[in-house]
Design a protein around this ligand. Structure first.
Ligand SMILES: *[C@@H]1O[C@H](CO)[C@@H](O)[C@H](O)[C@H]1NC(C)=O
Ligand SMILES: *[C@@H]1O[C@H](CO)[C@@H](O)[C@H](O)[C@H]1NC(C)=O
Ligand SMILES: *[C@@H]1O[C@H](CO)[C@@H](O)[C@H](O)[C@H]1NC(C)=O
Ligand SMILES: *[C@@H]1O[C@H](CO)[C@@H](O)[C@H](O)[C@H]1NC(C)=O
Ligand SMILES: *[C@@H]1O[C@H](CO)[C@@H](O)[C@H](O)[C@H]1NC(C)=O
Length: 498
């Protein structure tokens, strides 16, 4: 069993092992939708009605942590843990965890509070970390908005004075985004007055308790653009130096980035949109991706603290947009290797292809957790996590080095991250699996490679040598991505038998 110094320290001292932003930066996160990951009995035959509870539990998850850790992930982000509304409605049931009813009870569909503690312990014993999703923006009720009954919400949020009056969100009006209600007249999502100091005080006393009761290492905050920036700042203070990743659903850096002065991290939605458009077809625009990455770097306080993802539970899975296996590999690897903390949504490794909500929330057990190299992306993702972890180990500056596009053409983007002799140089293309072989020359000035240097494409385990000027001849075959790293720096990594 592997222990990091930090977790060893935490387990000996019995202190919460909450991780700072700098400590989260080097992690790699696997996003678990608790209800859909694994059942307690480990059965893989049970069917799943995607609108209702399907039976995933904390115990089921504990039993399958090796599946996650062996893929190279060092942390998991789980669904919100608190008690949700029990009803099965025309909008489905609260299997996803975002319909809170009482923040001082756990959602027993996933197990008891002691099972959640057991999960946290099991993770820490493996040297892994726990990120928990929290929803401070709203409470749910199976009711119309007009009939929402605040008294029925669990204390202390059982007072109508804590909620805005119902209205439909006008997404062109920030006040409306913060004050009007999400949800509908089947499941009302009563919008909390997060700008009020008495409300902030309630969250601020709850957060440290939650973190301490379950030994949580990081938080993800749902619907962050729907709460006030002042409440995000208050929440960050209550989280006491812990990294908080906020969901600000926006593709616009000038809208997203200012939130990084309230909480330390954000989901990188702008890059999600740029990557998706670049690789979902052979006509994607590489300039948009390259320009976007540079704009984000100059707009956000620190892009290396953002959460980088290609899929999540709110958007169609990437293979719902294309079945081209090379395009899929390019998109997956771009998101895992770009700046920030990679987040892989459960099932990406299995190439699940569900479209919009709830079809993108398939039960993972239907795949029998295969690790096959022909049928899944499991070995591919393992390799990507390995090279990232190794690059960090070889040069601590790797993780804060801002990646930049060193070459683009209409169907190629080459990214460099890292200082000379410890740099990952990745070639991504949207040519597609049926493309003819293509070649290009990558100049030494940008790649940082030197003359007659041996570099390894760690995906294919093929080595190449630069020319007398340090230029690298790159051959793109079947539209596959390539990830180059100096061969000499791979020594004793175990990667490609080095
Ligand atoms: C509102 O909820 C409270 C607490 O559950 C309950 O006593 C009361 O009857 C409810 N009011 C209405 C109008 O349903
Ligand atoms: C609800 O909040 C208001 C304003 O803070 C307060 O005056 C009132 O007593 C509260 N009601 C209950 C039932 O706690
Ligand atoms: C923006 O939304 C708020 C809250 O609903 C509303 O009071 C205000 O009038 C809106 N402003 C405009 C310009 O529509
Ligand atoms: C944390 O545990 C204490 C002691 O069991 C309990 O009183 C408190 O309600 C718990 N808080 C949360 C947020 O779980
Ligand atoms: C790609 O996008 C850029 C702006 O990001 C635009 O200027 C360019 O015309 C687009 N290229 C194509 C081929 O559509």
């Amino acid at each position: 069993m592997k222990y990091t110094t930090l977790s060893t320290l935490a387990s000996f001292s019995g202190l919460a092992s909450a991780l700072t932003p700098a400590q989260w930066r080097t992690q790699s996160i696997y996003q678990v939708m608790t209800d859909r990951f694994a059942r307690t009995d480990g059965s893989t035959s049970a069917s799943c009605d995607v609108n209702n509870y399907c039976g995933g539990t904390y115990q089921g998850l504990i039993n399958k942590l090796a599946y996650i850790q062996n893929m190279g992930f060092t942390a998991i982000w789980i669904s919100p843990i608190v008690e949700n509304i029990p009803q099965s409605t025309a909008d489905g049931s609260a299997y996803h965890g975002y319909w809170a009813q009482n923040i001082y009870n756990v959602n027993t569909n996933f197990g008891a509070a002691s099972d959640l503690v057991a999960l946290s312990n099991a993770l820490h014993n493996r040297g892994m970390y726990l990120m928990v999703d929290i929803v401070t923006n709203h409470f749910a009720q199976a009711n119309t908005r007009a009939n929402f009954n605040a008294s029925a919400v669990g204390a202390p949020f059982n007072n109508v004075s804590m909620y805005h009056t119902p209205c439909d969100i006008d997404y062109n009006n920030q006040t409306s985004i913060e004050q009007c209600w999400q949800g509908d007249n089947i499941v009302a999502l009563a919008d909390v007055r997060t700008e009020d100091s008495n409300v902030q005080a309630l969250w601020n006393s709850w957060i440290p308790q939650l973190v301490s009761n379950y030994t949580i290492d990081g938080l993800r905050i749902d619907s962050a653009k729907h709460v006030t920036p002042s409440s995000l700042s208050a929440l960050q203070s209550a989280a006491n130096g812990m990294h908080v990743l906020g969901e600000v659903y926006s593709g616009d850096p000038s809208y997203l980035c200012p939130y990084q002065s309230t909480i330390t991290g954000l989901m990188n939605y702008p890059a999600y949109f740029w990557i998706t458009q670049a690789f979902k077809s052979t006509s994607g625009n590489m300039t948009t991706l390259a320009t976007g990455i540079n704009t984000l770097k100059s707009t956000c306080k620190d892009v290396t603290l953002l959460g980088s993802f290609l899929e999540n539970h709110d958007n169609p899975r990437f293979p719902a947009l294309t079945s081209d296996q090379s395009l899929i590999r390019n998109a997956v690897s771009f998101a895992l290797l770009q700046d920030g903390i990679p987040i892989l949504y459960q099932g990406q490794e299995q190439k699940l292809y569900g479209g919009s909500v709830p079809y993108n929330r398939e039960a993972l057990w239907s795949t029998a957790y295969s690790t096959s190299s022909s049928a899944t992306l499991y070995p591919f993702i393992t390799t990507l996590n390995k090279i990232r972890a190794w690059a960090i180990k070889k040069d601590a500056a790797y993780i804060t080095y801002n990646a930049w596009p060193i070459y683009t053409d209409t169907s190629t983007i080459i990214m460099r991250k890292g200082n000379a002799n410890a740099q990952v140089v990745s070639v991504f293309t949207n040519r597609g699996a049926s493309a003819k072989t293509a070649t290009l020359t990558l100049g030494a000035t940008n790649s940082g490679f030197v003359k007659y240097q041996s570099v390894m494409d760690v995906v294919a385990c093929k080595s190449f040598t630069t020319d007398s000027k340090g230029n690298l001849g790159v051959t793109i075959t079947s539209g596959l991505p390539q990830v180059f790293y100096p061969t000499s720096a791979l020594k004793r990594s175990g990667i490609c038998n080095q």
